[in-house]
Ligand binder design. Structure first.
Ligand SMILES: [Zn+2]
Length: 224
């Protein structure tokens, strides 16, 4: 397609194990976008500001398996997005628009900083069966949290192909948790998609059950 960096704001939506992180990485490389992930921002906050009362509360909720106050998460995310937009870099969010409130804030930020025509929303679809199968063996690298999906081409690797660091299984990946997260995605995300459609956004639908390469190719074909 093109290797020219794009001043785009791309958001990926999809259930657990739909490959959002993997696809965000590929788009980041292909289009020169900064890959931003909520969980990474949250973890960095936990590490860098452990005394901050907001961080203390958020950590409590996180350890209890509850959602962190969306207002706080959005504030942290928008703060990081601001730094990226100020550098005039494009951005790809691998865990975008999880609630209507989050979507409202993020879209407002993107419209102001990137322009509505440069906002691209991609929805990856995946059945519960495939989500379960992929999740139970999914791993991430310790150094940079690169996702190692449960695809045949990654079955036998023991270290991260990008940085050689050790791999670990994601703590959240237990059968009941995956089922709950899969269902939660739909109850939370459907109203968000309705909200964005009403605002005039075209949601790019891609079948997430295909191979990584095919999903990536479909996304690129539909982005233009
Ligand atoms: Zn890595």
């Amino acid at each position: 397609m093109t290797n020219e960096p794009r001043f785009w704001a791309v958001g990926l939506i999809g259930p657990v194990a739909s490959g959002k992180g993997t696809q965000a990485e590929l788009l980041s490389e292909e289009l020169g976008l900064v890959h931003l992930e909520n969980s990474k921002i949250i973890e960095e906050k936990f590490k860098n500001d452990p005394e901050d009362p907001e961080v203390v509360d958020a950590k409590k909720a996180y350890l209890a398996g509850q959602w962190i106050n969306p207002k706080v998460v959005v504030k942290w995310i928008v703060g990081t997005m601001k730094e990226i937009a100020d550098r005039k870099d494009g951005i790809v969010l691998s865990s975008a628009f999880r609630t209507e409130e989050e979507a409202g804030e993020e879209l407002e930020f993107f419209e102001k900083n990137y322009g509505k025509e440069n906002i691209k929303i991609i929805s990856l679809s995946l059945s519960e069966e495939v989500a379960m199968d992929r999740s139970l063996n999914r791993r991430i690298c310790k150094a940079n949290r690169h996702p190692i999906p449960n695809f045949p081409e990654f079955k036998n690797i023991t270290t991260c192909p990008k940085d050689g660091s050790e791999l670990e299984t994601r703590i959240l990946d237990k059968p009941d948790t995956i089922k709950a997260r899969y269902k939660e995605h739909f109850t939370r995300t459907m109203p968000v998609i309705d909200f964005m459609t009403k605002k005039g956004y075209n949601i790019i639908e891609v079948n997430g059950e295909q191979s990584i390469e095919d999903v990536h190719r479909d996304i690129l074909n539909k982005l233009w």
